[in-house]
Every structure is written in C-alpha cells, then in structure tokens.
Write a protein of this length. Structure first.
Length: 128
C-alpha cells in the first residue's frame, strides 16, 4: 500500500522537503521511532505546503495540469495537507510496526505531530 499523495514528491524539488520538524530544528522533532520512519509522510506534507504557496502565488498551473484532484484539495489550504500527514503517519505505523504494542505506543506521537502542524504549521514563502 502506498502513502496518500506520494505522487507529489515526483514533481516537487527535494530542496522543498526536510522530513519532520521545521528546517534547522529537525533534531528536536525525530523522524524515526524505533523501526518506523515518518520521513516520507513528512516530506509529502512539506511538498504539499510548498504547492499551497505556489497555488497562492501563481495559480499552481503545473500541479493543475499534472494532478487536478490534488490541486483542488490543496487549493483549499493547509487543513487537507495536515489531515493527510496524520493519515500517512498512521498508515506508515501500521505497515512498519513489528507488533500491535509498538504500533499503539506510537499513536500519541502521531497525534502530537498532527496537533503541532495544525497549531503551528503554516505554508510560508521562505519555507525551505
């Protein structure tokens, strides 16, 4: 099973993504918890924030031509992106956890990361 909106990484420069946490402060927000890495989910989230800015600034025509459904979802702002971030972390946790106990232990971390982006995350021009 693939992560939701993973295709956005194919059209977003790597410089736009940096895993979990804000650029320069990622060491405060770990990507890995045991055998599970949330880097891919965070990179999708970063790419979505980047495209939200592009949509605001120049209409995001390339994204519209490449993936109309994703364009329409991101056109509404960060709420969609934040929800997909949580969904992708939950999916990653389910697929990569070795057992149910470790999977359940990661859910509070996932919820914390989700609440952090809802409260503090904001697509900004100087994102990267």
């Amino acid at each position: 099973m693939d992560l939701v909106d993973r295709c956005i990484l194919e059209i977003t420069p790597n410089i736009e993504t940096n895993g979990c946490g804000p650029k320069g402060y990622g060491w405060l927000v770990p990507d890995n918890f045991g055998t599970v890495s949330f880097t891919q989910a965070a990179n999708i989230h970063d790419a979505q924030y980047s495209w939200i800015i592009r949509i605001r600034e120049d209409g995001g025509e390339f994204l519209l031509l490449h993936n109309k459904r994703l364009f329409e979802s991101l056109e509404n702002g960060k709420d969609y992106s934040d929800k997909i971030f949580r969904k992708n972390m939950m999916l990653t946790n389910k697929l990569r956890s070795r057992n149910q106990i470790t999977r359940l232990m990661r859910i509070p971390i996932i919820d914390l990361y989700y609440r952090a982006v809802v409260m503090f995350g904001e697509p900004m021009k100087d994102f990267v």
